[in-house]
Design a protein around this ligand. Structure first.
Ligand code: ZN
Ligand code: ZN
Length: 156
């Protein structure tokens, strides 16, 4: 799969809607407007989110959807490769991924801080790899350790 082709942002909005729409059709599901509302909200969100934070965000914008609807939709989008799912902590965290820059995460095992970083060498290394009987769509490296604040607390 080649995600390196750059779309303009207008195009990519139409493209992600099309991917969702095709997948809904393929599975014989109903094209409820909620799914597209959630998709749009996610693609306006920078960084990571949880089902709860997305629920609150939508609520503030007067979209009163149930947590179950949001959870099911986000999981569906994950299956469509439109969002990534991480387990840095107990609760799943998601982020948009279509046409987004490949990045990695530093996770502090003490305070839970998550910081993003990019590394073009790692990206090139993994993206050019072919895994046997496996079709790679995305990847993200997680590096564990102590953040600056926790290192300092450690030494005292
Ligand atoms: Zn820390
Ligand atoms: Zn991230």
């Amino acid at each position: 799969m080649d995600n390196s082709k750059k779309d303009s942002s207008k195009n990519s909005k139409e493209t992600i809607q099309q991917i969702l729409s095709d997948e809904i059709e393929r599975r014989g599901l109903r094209k409820t407007p909620e799914r597209f509302t959630i998709l749009e909200e996610i693609y306006q969100t920078e960084g990571h989110f949880t089902v709860d934070s997305l629920y609150n965000q939508l609520n503030e914008k007067n979209y009163h959807l149930s947590r179950a609807t949001i959870y099911n939709t986000v999981e569906f989008l994950y299956e469509c490769h439109l969002v990534l799912k991480h387990y840095f902590h107990k609760e799943a965290e998601y982020e948009k991924c279509f046409n987004c820059k490949v990045h990695h995460h530093l996770v502090c095992t003490k305070c839970g801080m998550v910081k993003e970083f990019t590394d073009s060498n790692i990206r090139r290394d993994v993206q050019t790899r072919h895994y046997k009987k496996f079709d790679m769509t995305h990847f993200s490296l997680v590096v564990y350790g102590l953040c600056e604040k926790c290192q300092n607390n450690h030494q005292v």
